[in-house]
Design a protein around this ligand. Structure first.
Ligand code: NCD
Length: 318
């Protein structure tokens, strides 16, 4: 079990390993059928202690599309957590049933505790306001596919930069690539945490913080919108005051480059007006599709089941 691998943070994989995983994901996109029996006989457990639609269903679809099966729960109240069972005990039990586990938990670090006791690979499917590495893999693959590379662009991250775990994970992952400039767009109350700006300063990475989205629109190659994270607010009044701070609409899109893509991890509340959906620069539903391919590639990677088929396929193509 010494070579058992988990995914807690996007940094658990080197840039080269991520490239390989993304190549597998692209191969899956082009040859889905070839992967439909890769995980025959394998079982994935999805243990979700916090609400989710797309992440859980994306994991489950990924395993089903690979020919495997899924078990799990979508709500802490329907698991033994409601009786007081610890995450450590739950994962020891799940290890007896499944080959791999995806876990979402409201407490930062809970999937890490689970991984330390687990006999099977554990994937952090979101832990509190901390990290959301598979959303980051999704975002990176989407950016690579849309931009052609993961270097040389200006990305605006807009909305709840304080509580948004997808933002924290994505910034962490992007600093490993060349020549990326960050523009943080948020109300002062929802600024990106200091530990992130300090990390950028130490690494000498260019960033700026602004309040108005309109002002920076023309500079952006990518705009990553996020929802205000209602469930992490301490009081309702603050949430109500901040929830409509940004609404991306057609008028604002007119100020953007014709090549700028809009991403959003979803769910959207009202921060992107639905009339933007028809704009060909709106890439957030495509992003969901990439999320499926990359989760399939991740499952194969953690189960050590990627094989030469991909390399052969890629060699033929390039
Ligand atoms: C994100 C999350 O759970 O952090 N959603 C997702 O997994 N796609 C973003 C959010 O909830 O706002």
């Amino acid at each position: 079990m010494s070579d058992l691998r988990h995914l807690m943070s996007p940094m658990d994989f080197t840039v080269e390993e991520l490239e390989r995983m993304f190549d597998v994901a692209v191969d899956i996109e082009n040859n889905m059928e070839a992967y439909s029996h890769k995980c025959d006989g394998k079982i994935m457990a999805t243990c979700f202690y916090e609400p989710s639609t797309r992440t859980r269903l994306s994991f489950e679809t990924a395993m089903l599309r690979l020919g495997g099966k899924v078990i799990g729960f979508a709500d802490a109240n329907s698991s033994s957590a409601a009786k007081g069972e610890s995450v450590s005990d739950t994962i020891r039990v799940i290890s007896c049933f499944a080959d791999i586990c995806a876990m979402r938990h409201p407490k930062e670090g809970a999937p890490m505790v689970a991984a330390s006791k687990s006999l099977i690979p554990v994937i952090n499917a979101g832990d509190g306001g901390h990290q959301h590495p598979t959303q980051t893999l999704t975002d990176l693959l989407t950016i690579r596919s849309l931009q052609g590379s993961l270097s040389n662009f200006t990305i605006g991250l807009c909305g709840d930069l304080k509580f948004g775990r997808t933002v924290h994970s994505l910034i962490n992952a992007l600093v490993r690539y060349e020549n990326i400039k960050f523009i943080f767009i948020s109300p002062p109350e929802l600024r990106v945490p200091d530990y992130i700006t300090e990390m950028l300063q130490i690494r000498g990475i260019e960033y700026k913080e602004v309040i108005k989205l309109e002002d920076v629109m023309p500079e952006l190659d990518l705009l990553y919108m996020t929802r205000v994270q209602k469930e992490r607010f301490f009081n309702e009044e603050d949430y109500i005051r901040l929830r409509n701070f940004y609404i991306l609409d057609k008028a604002k899109m007119e100020k953007a480059k014709p090549t700028m893509h809009v991403l959003h991890p979803l769910p959207r509340v009202n921060e992107i007006s639905v009339d933007v959906d028809d704009d060909e620069r709106a890439a957030y539903f495509k992003q969901v599709q990439y999320g499926l391919y990359v989760r399939m590639a991740l499952i194969l990677t953690l189960l050590d089941m990627t094989d030469d088929h991909v390399n052969e396929g890629l060699l033929k193509k390039y």
